[in-house]
Design a binder for this molecule. Structure first.
Ligand code: KIV
Length: 266
């Protein structure tokens, strides 16, 4: 099987099959996500919260994103790896945007990047695309804007806000984005945008009518317990499984059960 590409994103939209995406941030989990047949892995700046333990995604740096993306690309055989542009790696201008996006491809082996924002990121999207860096845009709830928006809230609920999001979607498509991620917006609005655009849409909290879906890995496998967004689904609880295994290990040492002769040299 060959690697999933930008062209495969577009082909899946054309033939009506769903695009599957999930985040991953390190070698062992990227191997598992890839082995499960997921089309594309986003090395999301959500790692600031689910891996680094920060309150939000703002502290994540470009160097940290490169570090994590390298681990993921080393593990992956088939999935397309997308690096997430962290806060202040592209907002400061076109030069920074192209340079930092280029690092994901040149140093970390990613095949594309994602950035947040609609109209305000259009010039950056244009410049990156012209430099042969495929860009996924991200509109709706954009976690890097929490200090402006006041929190993690559903977007596009009023008619005016919905119209604005449809306009933003058109703008990023025209700027050259190869796909559009939509976070926490009403499902009928996501359906309208999906039908209006030529490029594929990927939803997270945007309902079932998007061309593909993404979730944060640690929500899916029960490794992030601070909160589970309404739109996320936990398929297993690895935290409980790991905790029970480690408690048993501690108890076996204390009781003299581990190591047994089986784990010892003669
Ligand atoms: O950083 C991230 O993981 C994301 C997802 C919410 C899609 O942007």
């Amino acid at each position: 099987m060959s690697k999933f590409t930008v062209q495969d994103f577009l082909n899946k939209k054309k033939n009506g099959s769903k695009i599957t995406m999930l985040t991953a941030y390190d070698y062992p989990f990227a191997q598992i996500v890839d082995a499960a047949g997921i089309d594309s892995i986003l090395v999301g700046d959500s790692l600031g919260m689910v891996v680094q333990g920060h309150e939000n995604t703002l502290p994540v740096t470009m160097d940290e994103m490169i570090y994590h993306t390298k681990m993921v690309t080393r593990a992956v055989k088939n999935a397309m790896v997308i690096g997430d542009m962290p806060f202040m790696s592209y907002q400061t201008g076109i030069y920074d945007a192209v340079r930092n996006a280029g690092r994901f491809l040149k140093e970390a082996g990613a095949a594309a990047v994602k950035l947040e924002g609609g109209a305000e990121s259009a010039e950056q999207i244009k410049a990156m695309s012209k430099s042969d860096i495929p860009v996924m845009a991200h509109i709706g709830l954009t976690p890097q804007s929490i200090h402006r928006t006041g929190g993690y809230k559903v977007q596009g609920k009023s008619d005016e806000a919905a119209k604005r999001l449809i306009e933003e979607a058109r703008i990023v498509e025209n700027a050259g984005a190869f796909a559009l991620l939509m976070e926490a917006i009403p499902m009928e609005l996501a359906r309208t945008i999906t039908e209006e655009l030529t490029i594929p849409t990927i939803g997270i909290g945007a309902g079932p009518y998007c061309n593909g879906q993404i979730l944060v890995l640690h929500d899916v496998i029960g490794l992030f317990e601070r909160f589970l967004p309404k739109f996320a689904k936990q398929y297993t609880n690895l935290k409980t499984e790991a905790l029970n295994a480690i408690i048993t290990y501690r108890e076996e040492i204390e009781k003299g059960v581990f190591p047994s002769e089986d784990e010892s040299f003669k």
